[in-house]
Design a protein around this ligand. Sequence first.
Ligand SMILES: C[S@@+](CC[C@H](N)C(=O)[O-])C[C@H]1O[C@@H](n2cnc3c(N)ncnc32)[C@H](O)[C@@H]1O
Length: 289
Amino acid sequence: MTERFSADWLTLREPFDAAARSVGLAERLGAVLPERPRLLDLGAGSGSLFRWLAPILGRAQVWTLADADEELLLRAFDDIAQWAAVRGWTVTLPGRVGHRAMLVHTPFGALRVEALCIDLAGAPGGLPLAETDGVVCSALLDLVSAAWLERLVAALRVPLLACLAVDGRETFLPAHPLDARVRSGFRRDQVRDKGFGPALGPRAPAVLHATLEARGFAVASAPSDWRIPSSALGMLGALVPGHAEAAARAHPGSRGAIDAWRKARMRQAIAGRLAIRVGHRDSLGLPPR
Ligand SMILES: C[S@@+](CC[C@H](N)C(=O)[O-])C[C@H]1O[C@@H](n2cnc3c(N)ncnc32)[C@H](O)[C@@H]1O
């Protein structure tokens, strides 16, 4: 079973993801990568991490976007083409017809992007790790299990940049008496099996660091919180019902109270009186020499 994510949701969150990720860790990754790095993006979705990271690395690159969702991978190509057009960069489609690859011609070099449609539950099986200089991912590691992470790290010989793993710090402002109940239900949903075994949820950053360090990786990490201001009605309007739904599934006996919480929170959002902060961490693991 693979957890599905809608392209609209990934588009909605993209600017908040971009503002949250650690530029410092991305630059440290860039400093250890070769001249024309080959990057493997796990759970790439519609390509949000590529659009953020490629300009920071700022040179010719080769990306493989790996995801089980073929529709999201198709969307990634469309979104990257649009992103390039806005910047005045041309896009060409190299190779044989039907082979999904594109070249984005930027002032800092050509970015080659390929798609790999793969169920990552079996990873590292099927991943082109031997032809990769760096593995990256964003908003993926809280979905996976400790055992999956252990298998991946055991096979890794290159740097890993893992962005936006939730760390459990979450604040709705102003506070509401039912927040703790909603948070506990949401937390239970975060550790539900998403196709990789019991999900790490908010334990993801700590488990990642321990797993990397046990294999001799040097680990650096930085907070990458979402700061959702009262003006971001679209994002607030997605997070509030999402939390309420997950909490009601976990606490069916509190369904009525949770629905009242949802309505109160939506009224606040519409009135411009609600803000949310969601704790995340970015982590960079550098392999032993
Ligand atoms: C939260 S989204 C993040 C997408 C993208 N990295 C971003 O930051 O916008 C998680 C991604 O993991 C993918 N995914 C989930 N389970 C998967 C699996 N078993 N195999 C491959 N991809 C998977 C989803 O299709 C989705 O694109």
